[in-house]
Write a protein that binds this ligand. Sequence first.
Ligand SMILES: *Cc1c(COP(=O)(O)O)cnc(C)c1O
Length: 251
Amino acid sequence: MDRSLEIKQNLEQVYENITSAAFRAGRKPDEVRLVVVSKGQPVETIQAAITAGVKIFGENYPEEAIEKIQAAPAMDVAWHMIGHLQSRKAKLVCSHFDWMQSLDSLHLAEKMERLLAEHNRTLPVLLEFNVGGEETKSGWLAGEKINWPQILPDIGQILELPHLQVRGLMTMPPLTANREEARGHFKKLVELQKTLRVQFPQANWDELSMGTSSDYEAAVEEGATFVRIGTSILGPRQPRHLSQTANLRQV
Ligand SMILES: *Cc1c(COP(=O)(O)O)cnc(C)c1O
C-alpha cells in the first residue's frame, strides 16, 4: 500500500481512539495534540507522513532530526525535541527545533538560555519529571512526594530565564510499566502540576505531555494535552547503532 495512505489510516484510528478517550473523561478531543514520534524513521517516511497530514514531529536525537528537518518542507510542520539532550548538543535544538519537551536539568536550562539569547529567540519548553522512580532515567526525580520540595529551587530558577517559556510538564513512564501502572504515573504528574500551580502561580503549567503508543488512551483520560505516538502511526523503527544501546533503554 502507498505509505502515506497507510499512515493516514493509522492516524485516523489514533484520532478516533483519542476522541473516545477524551469523551470518556468529559474532555474535548481538540484539547489533545498529537506528536508523531519519528526517531528511527527515514526521511521518506517523514515526507509520507507530511502528505498524510502530520503537523508535529517528535525526535529524540538532534543530529538524526536535523537531517530530516532540512529535508522536509518547513511550512506548517513543527519539530519537538522529546529525548534526553546532552548539553553539548543544546545548540542544535536551540537553532532547529520549535519546542523542547524534555528539559531535565537546571544546567541544561542555563546552557539553552545562553544560546537562545545569542540567537535572539525564545523557545517553549516542558519540564520532564521522572515520576516512576527509576533512577537511570532522565527527568527530575518526582516519584515520591516527599522529594518535591527539593525540586522547587531548580524550577524557580528556570522560570527566571527569559528565553525559555515554560508551558508545562512531561513524563515518560518506565518501559516495563503496563497500562495501569502508567496511569498511576500520569495521575502523579497531574498532582505535581497542581502543586506547581500553587507554588508558582505566575507561570504557565497548562501543558501535560504524556502517553505513547502503549498507553495514550489512559493518558488522555488523565488529562494529557500532548500525546507522543510513534509505532502505532509509523510502524516499527530501525534499531539504533550498537554503540547507542544505552539510549535505546530510554526509548
Ligand atoms: C520513542 C518515544 C515515544 C514513542 O514511543 P512509541 O511506543 O513508538 O509510541 C514517546 N515518547 C518518548 C520520549 C520516546 O522516546
